[in-house]
Design a binder for this molecule. Structure first.
Ligand code: FAD
Length: 406
């Protein structure tokens, strides 16, 4: 039994253990995860790792020796199926029961599967884990035509790497533009043009009817229109389903994620939830309850929980940010654009270095920056300040953003 049991040895779980030891927390800590590997970073799975430019060792959050030195009891390959909040115990799939004083639920989510015929055929891949990426990589050498379903970041990143590897790539998106869930149309249109210029075939506003197979293996994607897009390999990137069933079954409040308060406590006693699987009232969304899927959120929530457990509680308060790499484009997003009433272009799209600044009621709420790190850094300060800005100045890229405050 342990003082702290962390379920999920991904970004948020690993960072919780690291932060606890940084805070000189002396209690016993177990980090339990159902994957075989040491905790690693997922972002490169659709970037440098998929491209073969980065080895798995370079994805590790910490080297193996670190966990031993810090007395963090790693338990890989262990899936927790049930939580008993009254007895303060969790039960693993193999029946092992582990007691806790504090439980941190950091399980992320499973890649959402398509609900259509052929979704489970061989050759249909999702991209959530190292195992997913390795399975995909093993089939790549013999694949010529790749269909990516979903125009979110994961789909776009995978398309960029695979077209770069010489594959014929078609990306299918149900909405009228890519990144429909997270960004405005200015960035979307720019990215669409970039992908087309590199040779990706984009099928926007296109619904998938099913995946066709031959001898049990995918051979094409049938569109709602009846057309068949041939495919040797299909990648599905249509979001995640938070892995919260055991917690909800134990009575925790939530549905699409577990609800947590300002210090990441769930409605169960001494049970916290963090990262992709937690919903929280976000200060930068006017207090609306949201679920963020980002390294920033995982790390910052981990810090919040660790401080809470170490007795120096501090509410979660962090400007959301995210990055993506596609081709030679470095995308950086900061803030939350939802509900903006004005989008201003700063810089030149043709020069492939620009930002889209999103405002609400005269204040900057978010920026999408493309090869424009300075805007990202300065824009973040504008978001944090919550102050009114000179909207007549912000479009001028010769004027520093930080000087645009009223
Ligand atoms: P995870 O890192 O997913 O960790 C959860 C762990 O818990 C997993 O190992 C899972 O197997 C395990 N688990 C689940 N259920 C159980 C159980 N019952 N028992 C035991 N273990 C369990 N974010 C960015 O900010 N920038 C990016 O560029 C970016 N790119 C990404 C690219 C890809 C391909 C992916 C998949 C994600 C990317 N993200 C990116 C998102 C980012 O990786 C996640 O937001 C982050 O990993 C969330 O951390 P987490 O700890 O909540 O979940």
């Amino acid at each position: 039994d342990y003082d702290v049991v962390i379920v999920g040895a991904g970004q948020a779980g690993a960072q919780t253990a690291i932060a606890l030891r940084q805070l000189r927390y002396q209690g016993t800590v177990a980090l339990i995860g159902d994957e075989a590997e040491l905790p690693y970073e997922r972002p490169p799975l659709t970037k440098a790792y998929l491209a073969g430019e980065k080895s798995f060792e370079r994805l590790l959050i910490r080297p193996a020796a670190f966990w031993q030195e810090k007395a963090v009891d790693l338990r890989p390959g262990c899936r927790i199926d049930a939580v008993d909040p009254a007895a303060r115990r969790v039960t693993a799939a193999d029946g092992t029961s582990i007691g806790y004083r504090r439980l941190v639920w950091a399980t992320g989510g499973a890649a959402r599967r398509l609900d259509c015929p052929g979704a489970a055929l061989a050759g249909v891949h999702s991209m959530r884990s190292r195992a997913d990426a390795d399975r995909l990589a093993s089939e790549l050498p013999t694949a010529r035509q790749v269909v990516v379903i979903g125009g979110g970041y994961i789909g776009l990143e995978a398309a960029a790497v695979l077209v770069g590897a010489g594959k014929a790539v078609t990306l299918i998106e149900a909405q009228q533009h890519v990144l429909a869930r997270m960004s405005g149309t200015m960035l979307a249109r720019f990215l669409e043009a970039e992908h087309r210029a590199r040779g990706v075939t984009l099928r926007l506003g296109t619904a998938v009817h099913g995946i066709e197979g031959r001898d049990g293996t995918a051979c094409g994607v049938r569109l709602a229109s009846g057309e068949l897009v041939p495919a040797d390999l299909v990648i599905v990137g249509v979001g995640i389903v938070p892995a919260v069933a055991p917690l909800l079954a134990a009575g925790a409040r939530g549905s699409d994620g577990v609800e947590v308060d300002a210090v990441c406590r769930t409605s169960l006693p001494d049970v916290y939830a963090i990262g992709d699987c937690a919903t929280h009232a976000n200060a930068f969304a006017d207090g609306a309850r949201i679920r963020l899927e980002s390294v920033q959120n995982a790390n910052d929530m981990a810090g919040t929980v660790a401080r809470s457990i170490a007795g120096v509680a501090h509410p979660y308060y962090a400007v959301p940010w995210f990055w993506s790499n596609q081709y030679d484009l470095r995308l950086q997003t900061v803030g939350l654009a939802a509900g903006h009433d004005l989008a201003v272009l700063r810089g030149a799209i043709d020069a492939r270095s620009f930002s889209v600044i999103y405002l609400r009621n005269g204040r900057v709420v978010a920026l999408d920056c493309v090869n424009a790190t300075k805007d990202y850094i300065q824009g973040r300060k504008l978001i944090e300040s919550g102050a009114d800005v000179r909207t007549d100045l912000i479009a001028d890229s010769t004027v520093a953003l930080t000087t645009c405050l009223q």
